[in-house]
Design a protein around this ligand. Structure first.
Ligand code: DAH
Length: 345
C-alpha cells in the first residue's frame, strides 16, 4: 500500500520539470510542505508492522531525498532563469560557438617535413635571416662574379665594409655553413626558414618564401645515401609508389649536383597542367657537398664527405594542396586559411 504510493509519487517527481518559480513553489508545498505528501507518508509509516518498517524505512528515506534534490536543482534553474529575465537575456537562444583556428598550410607542410626527417635522425637547426656575404655566398663556393650576388636577386642591407656585404639571406644553405663552422662532424640536420629574393610579386614568384635545407656529413657518405634518404622522404610525404628521378644540375656548393623530380602527384604521371604534361615535377636541388665548402668550414674533406639538399616549402605545399597562386600564402585571407583546419595542434 505505502510502497505503491511511493512508486507512484517517485514517477511523478521524476517527470516533473519547470523553470517557473510559482510552479516550483506548488511542487514544494505538495511534497515537502508541513501538510505535504512526505509528511503524510511518514505519518502512515508509523503504523506499519515492524518487519515492513525495516524494508520500507530505506525506501522512504530515498524518496524524501529524491523530492528534496529535485526541488533544489529546479530552484537553481528557476533562479538563473529569473536573473536572465530580469537582465533581458534569453537563455533559449542558441549560443554563438567558438571558431577553432587553423594552421597555416606552410606550417603544416614544414611540420610534416620535419617529422619525416626526425625519423631518420635529422635534427632541426636554424640560422639568422640577415646574413653576411661569407655565410650566404663565399663559404658556399659562389664565384665573385656569380649572378646570384647581383642586386637583382639579393636584398642588400649594407654594401661593403670590413666584413663584406650584409643582406637578407637568399637561401637556407647559409645555415649549413653556420652549423659546420660551429661544430664537428657528424652533422645530420634539416634547417627550415624564410628566405628573400628581389623579385616582382606575382602568382609564381614572391620576394620572400620558405625553404628547408638538409645536410648530412660523416665519414663515407655517398650519393647512394643521398638518393635513398630522399627516396624515403618522398614515399613518406606523397605516398608509396611515388617515383623519383635525378637530373644532373649545377650548384656552386655541391659536386656533383642534381635536381630531383617526382612523378606528378596530381595526375600520377598521366600528364596535367601541374607537370606541364610531362608527368614529372621538380621538387628540390641536391648534391654532394663540394670539398671546398667543407674546407671553408674547417672540415677535413679527405676524411669527411656529405650530401646536401634544399627545397621550397611553397612548392611542396603547392603539390599537396594544389595552391596555384603563391600570393595566397601571405595575404592572411581567413577564407583561404580556414580550409586547412587540422586536428594537429
Ligand atoms: N640553395 C639552393 C636554392 O636556393 C637549393 C639547394 C640546392 C640547396 C642544392 C642545397 C643543394 O643544399 O645541395 O636554390
Amino acid at each position: 500500500m505505502l510502497q505503491e504510493k511511493i512508486t507512484q509519487y517517485t514517477a511523478e517527481i521524476n517527470a516533473f520539470s519547470t523553470d517557473h518559480a510559482d510552479e516550483l513553489e506548488q511542487f514544494r508545498i505538495k511534497f515537502l510542505g508541513t501538510k505535504g505528501i512526505i509528511k503524510d507518508i511518514f505519518d502512515e509509516f508509523k503504523a506499519v508492522s515492524p518487519e515492513e518498517k525495516r524494508t520500507l524505512g530505506k525506501v522512504l528515506n530515498e524518496f524524501k531525498q529524491l523530492a528534496e534534490a529535485k526541488y533544489q536543482s529546479l530552484k537553481d534553474l528557476t533562479e538563473v532563469a529569473d536573473t536572465a529575465k530580469d537582465s533581458g537575456l534569453d537563455l533559449t537562444l542558441p549560443g554563438e560557438g567558438f571558431e577553432v583556428g587553423a594552421r597555416h598550410p606552410l606550417a603544416l607542410v614544414r611540420r610534416e617535413i620535419v617529422e619525416i626527417f626526425n625519423k631518420l635522425g635529422f635534427i632541426v637547426a636554424e640560422g639568422p635571416e640577415i646574413e653576411d656575404d661569407w655565410h650566404n655566398f663565399s663559404a658556399l663556393n659562389f664565384p665573385e662574379e656569380h649572378p646570384a650576388r647581383d642586386m637583382q636577386d639579393t636584398f642588400f642591407i649594407k654594401k661593403g665594409g670590413e666584413k663584406g656585404d650584409i643582406a637578407l639571406r637568399t637561401h637556407t644553405s647559409s645555415v649549413q655553413v653556420r652549423m659546420m663552422e660551429a661544430g664537428k662532424p657528424p652533422f645530420r640536420a634539416i634547417m627550415p626558414g624564410r628566405v628573400y629574393r628581389n623579385e616582382a610579386i606575382s602568382a609564381r614568384a614572391h620576394c620572400f618564401f620558405h625553404q628547408v635545407e638538409g645536410l648530412y656529413v660523416d665519414e663515407n657518405v655517398s650519393f647512394a645515401d643521398l638518393k635513398q634518404t630522399l627516396f624515403y622522404f618522398v614515399q613518406e610525404l606523397y605516398g608509396e609508389g611515388t617515383k623519383v628521378r635525378f637530373r644532373p644540375s649545377y650548384f656552386p656548393f655541391t659536386e656533383p649536383s642534381a635536381e630531383m623530380d617526382i612523378s606528378c602527384t596530381i595526375c600520377k604521371g598521366a600528364g596535367c597542367q601541374m607537370c606541364k604534361y610531362s608527368g614529372w615535377v621538380e621538387i628540390l636541388g641536391c648534391g654532394m657537398v663540394d670539398p671546398n665548402v667543407l674546407e671553408n668550414c674547417g672540415i677535413d674533406s679527405k676524411k669527411y664527405s656529405g650530401f646536401a639538399f634544399g627545397m621550397g616549402i611553397e612548392r611542396i605545399a603547392n603539390l599537396k594542396f594544389e595552391i596555384k597562386d603563391l600570393r595566397l600564402f601571405s595575404e592572411n585571407d581567413a577564407r583561404f586559411l580556414k580550409q586547412y583546419k587540422t586536428s594537429l595542434i
